[in-house]
Design a binder for this molecule. Structure first.
Ligand code: BES
Ligand code: MN
Length: 460
């Protein structure tokens, strides 16, 4: 705690917070083509900052048309015999409009009661700034860093992470490191650090249902043409049973059941999941498969979610239309050892089998997909992370399995010996929703933790 990097971080804390606000004001929404320039603007700013704080190399790596840049910096001053840490964050964000229910402009950081509200506040710009400024603090000391540092920033995690996967696969040598620190996701509560020992995988798809060749008068054709909106709801309603279990044959075939020991290891996080559910979800009642806690439903069980459904008329007043087509977006959260493509194929086969012959159905696999990962909680990296958190939060982390996905994590596990997840916001941060936020009481602790991880990893 006495290392001069901490004194530097403390002294510059106000500026670091201004940086977070600056980055937030750039609406780097990766899924919306109209924001491609903003995504690049954020990348340019980050590359420039890497140069300023003393990285040996800081590159902005442009991707093919329609994709977003990577920013990649290296500092190899610790020497060949020292260990190398690869730090990953994403600087893109999900879309946000004030009409979605925000109490202040989503891209204008606003502080109320020591909480900063903005899109990206928790997911994941606080992590980007935390890592960047932790590295700056270390490189500003005369001793510099005991480990070599590679820092890779992705601009399209929120839209599937395809290009970084190809980049990492192609440039394994450039990314070579002893450990990857995936700095994404929150800790479980502002005053309780947590370590993610499992992340779910993901696969996305669309279902298209077509009926008549054009929209029709529902008086003339209702009752003799199978309505595609009705047909799609009939199909979708068959994908779960009354217990919430997915009915697609083969869906659970490769699911690795967790052991009692694993359930025990994560049980310390259950009460936080319960509390967060009641505070954040606010749905009338908990739903889902019997026999699992909320955390287990979110982290160790796979799901099939309907993310959106369209078709027909939903504007004001009446339109007696029999629509020509309908569609739905579906994603599955996956657990070990489910294979994303196999799961897509199983669902496609099942939907083709249950679809009535009065409509045409087609399934399209989306350009995203990643398997689940398990991260050992007793690795050197996990123990180092735990010590770093404990130094600043005054207590050790609890273990958790998180329901979200960071698609690149499973790929990093193939290029570095160890992977660890370290996040610096909190679970109540409303990621992806209106009023996304981060607690400013955590900001300095996060930077301190990120500093200590690098210092401690270099020591042992
Ligand atoms: N930060 C999240 C993932 C996360 C959530 C990690 C909770 C740990 C705990 C990430 O930015 C995210 O939202 N990922 C997407 C990926 C998808 C678009 C391919 C997700 O999980 O929906
Ligand atoms: Mn996200």
């Amino acid at each position: 705690m006495t290392h001069p990097a901490h004194a530097y971080a403390k002294k510059h804390s106000d500026r670091f917070l201004e940086d977070l606000k600056h980055l937030i004001r750039i609406p780097s929404i990766s899924t919306q083509p109209k924001h491609a320039g903003d995504v690049r603007k954020a990348a340019v700013w980050l590359q420039n900052e890497m140069e300023k704080i003393g990285f040996d190399t800081a590159e902005l790596i442009d991707m093919p048309e329609g994709r977003h840049p990577l920013v990649f910096g290296t500092w190899m001053g610790a020497g060949e015999d020292a260990q190398t840490v690869l730090v990953y964050c994403h600087y893109d964000v999900q879309p946000a409009e004030i009409e979605d229910g925000w109490d202040s402009e989503p891209f204008e950081p606003t502080i109320r009661d020591n909480i900063l509200y903005a899109r990206g506040a928790t997911d994941s710009k606080v992590n980007v700034i935390t890592q960047l400024r932790a590295i700056e603090s270390i490189l500003s000391t005369p001793e510099k860093s005991p480990v070599n540092i590679k820092f890779i920033l992705e601009g399209e995690e929120e839209s599937g992470g395809e290009t970084i996967n190809a980049f990492v696969a192609k440039h394994k040598d450039r990314l070579a490191a002893d450990v990857s620190v995936v700095s994404d996701g929150p800790i479980i509560a502002p005053d309780q650090p947590s370590m993610v020992i499992g992340l779910r995988g993901i696969i996305g798809m669309e279902l298209h249902v077509e009926g008549p060749v054009r929209d029709l008068h529902s008086g003339h054709f209702g009752g003799n043409v199978h309505n595609p909106v009705q047909a799609i709801t009939e199909i979708l309603a068959q994908l779960h049973d009354e217990n919430g279990t997915v009915t697609v044959p083969g869906f659970y075939k490769n699911v690795v059941e967790v052991t009692e020991a694993e359930r025990q290891a994560i049980s310390g996080a259950d009460k936080y999941y319960e509390a967060n559910w009641h505070k954040t979800a606010g749905a009338p009642k908990v739903w889902g498969e019997a026999g699992y806690t909320i955390q287990e439903k979110a982290g160790i069980r796979p799901t099939l979610e309907l993310n959106g459904i369209w078709g027909g008329y939903s504007g004001p007043g009446v339109k007696t239309v029999l629509p020509a087509k309908a569609g739905a977006k579906i994603t599955c959260r996956l657990v070990p050892d489910q294979d994303p493509t196999e799961i897509f194929k199983a669902i496609e086969k099942h939907i083709n089998a249950i679809a009535p012959d009065t409509v045409k159905v087609s399934m399209v696999m989306q350009d995203m997909g990643a398997p689940a990962v398990r991260i050992p909680h007793d690795s050197k990296a996990a123990q180092t992370a735990n010590r770093a958190y404990a130094n600043h939060w005054g207590k050790p982390a609890v273990m958790e399995v998180a329901g979200g996905s960071v698609p690149i994590t499973s790929t990093f596990a193939t290029v570095t010996d160890e992977v660890v997840l370290m996040g610096y916001s909190h679970k109540g941060g409303l990621a992806h929703g209106p009023n996304e936020n981060t607690c400013l009481s955590m900001f300095d602790k996060g930077i301190g933790t990120a500093i200590d991880f690098l210092l401690l990893y270099g020591k042992d």
